[in-house]
Ligand binder design. Structure first.
Ligand code: HEC
Length: 425
């Protein structure tokens, strides 16, 4: 869409930049191209362009200075209709599922009219338009699989989930009602009362012993829920150095907070640590503050979300396609996002588990069995993956982790289509 609008804008600019003419030419009847009945463009004109696109869509999607039927036809053929699943054509779904510029009070009715036009066009097209897949392989739904924890690089992330702490003295017993996926447990103390001093024997504490792989500078982060200004402080003792951790309240949310220096313009607190075992004690300062996860990292830009996102491994058996034992394991995450809590699904990584290397030509993630162009990252993937070498399992995407693609469709299952998939020669 953007490219299309921009190119139209550029064309429009080119026209506008012509020197203005003084004489106004007499009106000329527009040249109507000869179109035989049954010609796809004639059908397009009669069924979609004249009754719908021209009056209701092209005021935004076209500029008047262009021969609109041709441009409109090209636009429609560029992936906006789908011969294989006409009801999935974007010009239909945009109106039906997103209520995009319906022209009557009834978007569903409008979408039906568009669909009737698309069907009429599809019936006369010589070449089908749309994305076909050699294979559509459906996976298990998420709810059938158990969450997996991800393996963070132990040199970069020294992790302290509350559940791995010892002696949660005076902190309430480990609580597990966190709404937040992977971080399921936390410690806290009763709200109210005076703040506790450092070393107060009645204060709640939780202790972690961690192994620092390489001596150097580290930063401390914690995953906390801090209801308000009276419940947002802890003491943290790391390798015998005690620091006060005062963080912005996070109200009803779990949030990552970094240990900062306590001065007027706080900076990340640098902790210079020796290699080997180090003790970390988190002590109650203000009641009501909840602590669920501690983290030491040498990274200035740690990826913290990975510790509180629930991942699932979803297996897609492709042995019937390649005629040898082979499975694609998709490590995916899901979450509800936005005001309407639309479900989003992301693929963190794909692995090919097979005895023989498999040649993959383009992968299309299918959400609700349908391939949406806007989720196209994986379509770039081509290569040979799997086989006996474990290092060859990862189907590299070139994309960033965690957000490889997402869908906003309410579905719990995902599937993959492939342009082709075969045992590597
Ligand atoms: C008021 C201006 C306006 C009108 C009228 C309008 N659109 Fe759009 N349309 C947009 C804008 C802006 C976008 C890009 C933002 C988005 O995706 O919502 C867009 C995006 C789209 C897209 C997705 C991007 C693409 O090019 O594939 C489709 C499909 C679409 N419109 C179809 C239609 C159809 C069919 C109609 C007529 C029923 C229509 N639009 C009427 C402004 C409009």
């Amino acid at each position: 869409m953007r490219a299309w609008v921009i190119s139209l804008m550029l064309l429009g600019l080119a026209n506008c930049s012509k020197a203005p003419t003084i004489s106004i030419p007499p009106p000329v009847d527009p040249v109507i191209p000869e179109l035989k009945p049954g010609d796809p463009k004639a059908v397009f004109s009669a069924e979609l362009y004249e009754p719908i696109l021209k009056p209701y869509c092209n005021k935004c999607h076209h500029t008047e200075s262009h021969e609109s039927l041709d441009l409109s036809y090209e636009y429609i053929k560029e992936g906006r209709i789908d011969s294989f699943q006409p009801e999935r054509s974007t010009i239909v779904s945009k109106i039906r599922d997103h209520g995009h510029n319906c022209w009557s009070a009834d978007c569903l009715q409008d979408a039906e009219e568009l669909l009737a036009g698309v069907n009429a066009l599809v019936a006369v097209l010589e070449e089908p338009i749309g994305t076909t897949f050699d294979i559509k392989s459906k996976t298990t739904t998420f709810s059938e699989t158990s969450p997996v924890s991800i393996e963070a690089d132990p040199n970069d992330y020294i992790t302290m989930p509350a559940s791995s702490g010892t002696g949660a003295v005076n902190f309430a017993n480990m609580l597990t009602d966190s709404p937040d996926g992977a971080i399921a447990s936390y410690v806290t103390s009763p709200a109210g009362g005076a703040p506790k001093d450092q070393g107060d024997p009645t204060a709640g504490t939780i202790t972690f012993t961690v192994d620092i792989p390489v001596a150097g500078d580290y930063f401390f982060w914690s995953r906390v829920m801090l209801p308000d200004d009276d419940s947002n402080e802890f003491f943290v003792t790391i390798n015998n150095q005690t620091l006060q951790m005062i963080s912005d309240p996070s109200v009803d949310q779990w949030a990552w907070r970094q240990l900062l220096t306590q001065d007027d313009e706080p900076l990340p607190q640098v902790l210079t640590l020796p290699a080997g075992p180090v003790t970390v004690v988190v002590q109650e300062r203000e009641g009501g503050a909840r602590f669920s996860y501690g983290l030491l990292t040498p990274r200035i830009d740690p990826n913290l979300e990975q510790f509180n996102t629930q991942f699932y491994d979803v297996a897609v058996d492709i042995s019937n396609i390649v005629n040898t034992e082979a499975t694609i394991i998709a490590r995916v995450w899901k979450k509800a996002q936005g005001e309407d809590q639309a479900k989003a699904i992301g693929v963190k990584e794909l692995r090919m588990i097979s005895q023989q290397p498999i040649l993959v030509q383009k992968i299309f993630p299918l959400i609700g069995d349908y391939y949406d162009q806007s989720h196209a990252t994986y379509s770039q993937v081509s290569g040979t993956f799997g086989g006996p070498d474990p290092a060859a399992q990862l189907i590299t995407t070139g994309g960033s982790l965690g957000t490889t693609w997402i869908g906003d469709m309410a579905t719990d299952s995902l599937a993959f289509g492939f342009e082709s998939l075969s045992v590597a020669p």
